[in-house]
Design a protein around this ligand. Structure first.
Ligand code: NDP
Length: 401
């Protein structure tokens, strides 16, 4: 038996389920549950049309531990793949413990009222998962996820020591809209409006959001402005690779996106604290989310490529060395295969691969694991086989900035 329960029928959940259905030897039975069951049914219809596979669907409020436990007990999966929102991580982990099932997600838990981007709440589950003999894999998307595995690969095969690490995330795609986010708008805007933070000689250095930029020439995309940001994998990479002196995360943004974001911020539309409106409380960012296009609807109109990778400097056999490990993914190819754009694709495929490795027993362990703690080799092999081929380039010199 190799059954899986996927929770969350957005862009990422849709990609993961399509890819699972394309690999019936890895996933014998798939159930997709989400808040609104009609979204699950739409994914199920597309999966049936594309691969002939019939999946089960269910309505679920994953904020409700008892309801989630009951669904897991009824479905009896070997792993629960959480592709809902970061707010649901703890309730789904609780339900997995109650039902005795392994867990995987793609983003750190977030409290609704404060943007934190930290792992403390989920790391606190270490002892309970260990005692239950269960495995929880955290952050199995692209970043975090593949970028963490690229780092583990670089450390295992390319460098004897890593001194500096830069994660470069470029979405060179264009959806023709003046302002849309390519994953959940609420989480995306919380992330990009947070202060920047990077690690420098063992200490965190903070700065204002989206102010420090560099131009980088991304292969198959071209030169783009990329901005220093905080991203959750910095915390786990700093913890599991204490040898790395400097870790930074960069993401590209276009002028139009930044202009809109600045206005939205200035007028208070990105606030996550409740305000009174016509006698009831509303959270401005949640209201804004309701106005913006759902990421799952952007696939048909997005052209261009993503280019995401890591640049690590360090030493190999006594000599200084800089390596660049990257993946380039085409929005239109991703859409043709799964009906979703490349940002959902580059997150959903790693989630499928992580679940496959847990089902096959190639990744096993009791407790809570970040991606860089696990053997990168089988994951890297499956990336090449399932639509996210990677390349390694030796760079003549470290980044000049
Ligand atoms: P979407 O907003 O498109 O989808 C989220 C889905 O979760 C929706 O179908 C939503 O249902 C469902 N959901 C929300 N609340 C609940 C609930 N209480 N119970 C059950 N289902 C619920 O987001 P994405 O698909 O773009 O992103 C999914 C996840 O992937 C997010 O956590 C995001 O942070 C993460 N991500 C990670 C990346 C990485 O590289 N690591 C990159 C991109 C995303 P409904 O439609 O009914 O509201």
């Amino acid at each position: 038996m190799s059954g899986v329960l996927v929770i969350g029928a957005g862009g990422v959940g849709s990609v993961a389920v399509h890819k699972m259905a394309m690999n019936p030897e890895l996933f014998s039975h798939i159930t997709l549950a989400s808040r609104r069951v009609h979204k699950c049914d739409a994914v199920a219809a597309s999966v049936k049309q594309r691969s002939g596979v019939i999946i089960s669907t269910a309505a679920l409020d994953a904020d409700d531990v008892a309801a989630t436990t009951a669904l897991i007990a009824a479905v009896k999966p070997e792993v629960v793949v959480n592709l809902a929102l970061p707010y649901q991580n703890l309730t789904i982990m609780e339900a997995c413990l109650a039902a005795g099932v392994n867990y995987l997600d793609t983003a750190n838990y977030e409290p609704r009222d404060e943007a934190r981007f930290e792992y403390s709440w989920q790391w606190a589950y270490q002892e309970r998962f260990e005692a239950a003999g269960l495995m929880a894999v955290l952050g199995c998307g692209f970043d975090p996820g593949v970028t963490s595995v690229f780092t583990a690969h670089a450390r295992k095969h390319l460098l004897d020591r890593i001194d500096t690490l830069d994660i470069l995330d470029c979405n060179g795609g264009d959806n023709g809209l003046p302002f849309a986010t390519n994953f959940n708008p609420e989480i995306n805007i919380r992330e990009v409006t947070a202060p920047s933070r990077h690690l420098e000689n063992g200490a965190w250095v903070e700065g204002p959001a989206l102010t420090h930029k560099q131009v980088f020439d991304f292969d198959q995309v071209g030169p783009r402005n990329m901005y220093l940001m905080y991203h959750e994998e910095l915390e786990s990479l700093a913890r599991f690779y204490p040898e790395i002196r400097r870790i930074r995360f960069w993401m590209t943004f276009g002028e139009s996106y930044l202009r809109h974001l600045e206005v939205l911020q200035n007028v208070g539309m990105t606030r996550i604290d409740p305000v009174m409106f016509e006698g009831r409380e509303i959270v401005p960012l949640q209201f804004l989310k309701a106005l913006l296009p759902e990421p799952a609807t952007l696939g048909a109109m997005t052209r261009g490529k993503t280019n995401i990778g890591i640049i690590a400097t360090g030493e190999k056999a006594g000599a200084a060395k800089t390596v660049y490990v990257l993946n380039i993914c085409d929005h239109e190819t991703a859409y043709a295969e799964t009906g979703n754009q490349a940002v959902s694709y580059t997150t959903g495929v790693p989630a499928m691969i992580g679940a496959a490795l847990m089902l096959s027993g190639q990744w096993k362990g009791d407790g809570v694991f970040n991606m860089e703690q696990l053997d990168p080799d089988p994951f890297m092999e499956l990336l090449n086989r399932h639509g996210l081929p990677w390349q390694v380039r030796d760079l003549a010199s470290p980044l000049a900035f």
